[in-house]
Design a protein around this ligand. Structure first.
Ligand code: HEM
Length: 371
């Protein structure tokens, strides 16, 4: 989609889409303005408005975010390194020597298991989470309507099993708190009041939803780049210390989240246009990240690009809570994969099926061959 996005950015950096009834913003400075100016551009929209940190504005946003910030600082997250290494090791040990489907066998289970453990699920339950994640990632591509219904039913079933799992974990921790995120949330107070069970469960589910598919796509997009650009793969193999820089440029080049939505609170100018109060705005991160006004040679993947102010984790008060975790998981997943396989190549018979959402950049499966 990046070619189309760049063309739209060149044609009209801000435009009104009369069919969808919303504004679209493509240039870096304008996308940055929309994300930064939470006073004029609200995140509260849809049914879940106000309930979750992602869809709320200050002051509620500040209160919710303060509760969890501490658990997600780079330092706190660094402590997950041994667990990430152990999961990555297990997943690679189970792979058949000739290759694996990166999405299904690697990039999906890792973030699901990590978030579950971060919340407080015991390590013994790892297999159950792997099973739930298998169901959640099951794709309905090329299937009959009946098969599609089956997938949807299994998906619904897995989500209710997950909610039930977290409900009982909450009950356990209410009796005996431990050093985990669920206990932290249980004990937390906003103006002297605890979160309701509903709010607690929806926060767990938000983390599962916001954090999993995005991280899966980051890892898969990284592997995809390694297979598309063999020179880059060779360069990284020569110096694995460059993996964090590779992850950063992957975020810019193939961002897992391509677009972010907002609603104007009052009439506001963006560029030479005026957005009216109540109108929807789509801020195209995928276009901003390739704006030549901000990035030199934007359509080239430059390992070690500096500075690299991509907007792939958003900007401002809603800047991704899980960014340190996603970066750490991607670093270990990609580093271990490069060490495990002498060479990585896209399987010859593979077809790329994009995930069916224009807000997300990723594929449903990505078989690779090891050599
Ligand atoms: C917010 C992207 C991983 C949890 C965001 C936003 C973006 C984003 C663009 C801002 C949305 C907005 O401004 O409306 C990504 C990408 C990821 C990733 C690309 C992986 C590569 C994670 C992980 C977690 C997570 C691993 C949790 C463990 C959240 C939460 C928010 C958020 C809770 C809302 C923060 C707020 O509203 O203050 N993410 N995310 N994300 N992300 Fe991530």
């Amino acid at each position: 989609p990046f070619g189309i996005l760049s063309r739209l950015r060149e044609e009209s950096p801000v435009r009104y889409d009369a069919v969808r009834g919303c504004w679209e913003v493509f240039a870096y400075e304008d996308v940055h303005q929309v994300l930064k100016d939470h006073g004029h551009f609200s995140s509260a929209r849809g049914a879940s408005a106000g309930e979750s940190v992602l869809f709320s504005d200050p002051p509620r946003h500040t209160q919710l975010r303060d509760l969890v910030n501490k658990a997600f600082t780079p330092r706190a997250i660094q402590e997950f390194t041994p667990r990430i290494e152990s999961i990555v090791h297990d997943l690679l040990a189970h792979a058949d020597g000739s290759g694996m489907d990166i999405v299904h066998d690697y990039a999906t289970p890792l973030p699901v298991i990590i978030i579950a453990e971060l919340l407080g699920a015991p390590q013994e339950d790892r297999d159950r989470f792997k099973r739930w994640s298998d169901v959640l990632v099951e794709s309905a591509q090329n299937d009959t309507e009946e098969a599609f219904r089956g997938v949807m039913e299994r998906r619904q079933q897995a989500i209710s099993e997950l909610s039930a799992y977290f409900t009982s974990l909450l009950e356990l921790r209410a009796k005996r708190p431990q050093d985990d995120l669920i206990s932290l949330l249980l004990m937390a107070e906003i103006d002297g009041e605890r979160l309701t069970p509903r709010e607690l469960i929806s926060f767990c589910v938000l983390l599962m939803v916001a954090g999993n598919e995005t991280t899966t796509n980051l890892i898969t997009n990284g592997v995809r780049l390694l297979t598309e650009q063999p020179d880059l793969q060779r360069e990284l193999r020569r110096n694995l210390d460059l993996v964090p820089e590779f992850v950063e440029e992957t975020l810019r080049f193939y961002p897992p989240v391509v677009a972010i939505g907002r609603v104007a609170k009052q009439d506001t100018a963006i560029g030479s246009s005026t957005v009216k109060a109540g109108e929807q705005i789509i801020a195209w991160v995928g276009a901003a990240n390739r704006d030549p006004g901000k990035f030199h040679d934007p359509d080239s993947f430059l390992l070690g690009r500096k500075p690299n102010p991509h907007l792939s984790f958003g900007f401002g008060i809603h800047f991704c809570l899980g960014a340190p975790l996603a970066r750490l998981e991607a670093k270990h997943a990609l580093g271990a994969l490069l060490r495990h396989a002498e060479a990585l190549a896209a399987a010859p018979d593979r077809t790329l099926t994009p995930i069916a959402s224009s807000f997300v950049f990723g594929v449903k499966s990505f078989p690779v061959a090891f050599r």
